[in-house]
Structure formats: C-alpha cells, structure tokens
Design a protein around this ligand. Structure first.
Ligand code: KIV
Length: 260
C-alpha cells in the first residue's frame, strides 16, 4: 500500500489490518497474507530481546530490523517505531527519522501528544510521514504494573481526544490508540479525518494492530484480553494471518469481550 492510499480506507470504511514484524521470514508471510501495514514495533525489546519493556531498544536495533523487514514487504506500508530517547529534541528526531526512511520505512511512529508538538511539526514539514500513538504509551512502561487502561476518567479521556485533534492538525497520517475504552476510541475515530488503528481499543477504530508473536501464540504467559491467538484455529502462520485480516475487515475482531 502506498501512503497516499491510507485515506481511502477511512473514506470507504474498509478496516486496516496491521501486524508487527521484526524479521524477513515473518514479514514476508504477513505481507503475502494481505496485511495492509507492517509495523516494526519497539515491542521487539520484549519479544525479540527478552526485556521487560521497550526502553532498551536503540536506533541501531531499529535500523537493522527496519532494513530487513522492509526488503521483505512487497505490498504493505512499512512503519518503523522511533525508539525511546530517539526523539528527545527536534534535531535528533529529524536525523533519526530520516535514517529510518533511508533503510526502507514509509513512515515513523512516535508516542505522545502535545508534549511533542514541535517534533511532529518538524518531521511533517520535512516530508516525513508520521504515525501517532496515544493512550497507553509503551515507552512510559517500566514493568507490568504500568500496563493500565488509559482515558477512563474525564481529564485523561479529554486529553486523548485533544491530543488526537492536535496531531491531525499537525499533519500526521494515522494514529494508534492503545488500551483505551471502546467508546473513547470510537469517539476519537469519528472526530478526526485520519484513520485510527486500535490495540485494546475496541472495534470502533478504523483498523487493528496486534503484536504478531502474540496473535501467533508465541508469547508465553498470561495475555491481555485484547489478544486473540489466531494459531488456535489454523494450521499455518499464513492461514492465521489471513484469518486475522479477514476478521479485522469483517469487524469481528476484536469482539466486545476482547475490548474495554
Ligand atoms: O511496538 C509495538 O509493537 C507497538 C504496537 C503495540 C502498536 O507499538
């Protein structure tokens, strides 16, 4: 998918299916199975590096994984996460974003809202396609006790809404909403003109994303309620990913019991 085609999804109501990938083999399978967006997430700090959060991931790691994943993707739009401390100021953010684009990213993802207003502005004005990320921001998570649903009270839900409106006005192309109540995600999705992609945000978003290792049942331990193991019903990774794409497009994933 080309970046310019993103808005067509919102216009037509077709849901966007997005999965993470960190290596060429899984990226090739995911791309071939019809996923619209492949995200090289800094979740790699946990699922690839075995850490307890995403903060150990470096620009060097992201450049390596982005270069191998992007080469394996023929059709999907490729988004690369800007890792922790890689966008401390506008100059650093621009240098690092350009590097991710130079190794194959079509877009970069940055967590946070108004506190990074200038960074979003500078990246967009330098023709870098940007994805926002509001709600639960994994780079603020230190340990599992920090995984909490965001936007449950009036103040925090209003902040998520105003940040979403601000980010759209700054020119971002797409917005990830993580771990927020379905009603709030649905409201945000109807208020802004760019697509939202939810994870633990209910099925009122314009698309869905999951960590591929979670939906393939590779991740061990107790999973959050929004994770469905698509390998439980299918015989191969390709079939599991196709089922994910099918259920996202049909609006049957996530179900109410997989939402907040
Ligand atoms: O790093 C990641 O995998 C992400 C998704 C959870 C959206 O940011």
């Amino acid at each position: 998918m080309k970046h310019s085609e993103l808005s067509l999804f919102k216009e037509s109501g077709e849901k966007i299916a997005c999965l993470t990938a960190y290596d060429a083999s899984i990226a090739g399978l995911i791309d071939g199975a019809g996923v619209d967006i492949v995200l090289i997430g800094d979740s790699l700090g946990m699922v690839i590096q075995g850490g307890s959060n995403t903060r150990s991931v470096t620009m060097k790691d992201m450049l390596y994984h982005t270069s191998i994943v992007s080469k394996a993707c023929q059709s999907a739009l490729v988004i690369a996460d800007m890792p922790f401390e890689s966008y401390e100021n506008t100059e650093l953010a621009l240098t690092n974003a350009k590097q991710l684009v130079s190794v194959g990213a079509d877009m970069v993802k940055i967590e946070g809202g108004q506190e990074h207003e200038e960074i979003f502005r500078v990246l967009v004005s330098n023709d870098i396609n940007v994805c926002g990320h509001l709600g639960l921001q994994p780079q603020l998570v230190i340990d599992s006790s920090d995984y909490k649903i965001q936007g449950r009270d009036k103040g925090s839900s209003e902040l998520i809404m105003s940040d979403a409106i601000l980010l759209e006005s700054l020119g971002i192309s797409v917005l990830v909403l993580e771990c927020v109540p379905s009603d709030l995600a649905k409201n945000v999705s109807s208020k802004i003109g760019i697509p939202t992609i939810g994870i633990g945000a209910g099925n009122g978003c314009d698309g869905q994303v999951l960590v591929s290792y979670d939906m393939l049942g590779i991740t061990s331990g107790r999973q959050p309620r929004f994770v469905r193991n698509f390998m439980s019903f299918e015989d191969s990774i390709s079939l599991a990913v196709s089922a994910f794409v099918r259920e996202v497009k049909a609006g049957t994933f996530p179900s109410e019991s997989e939402s907040y």
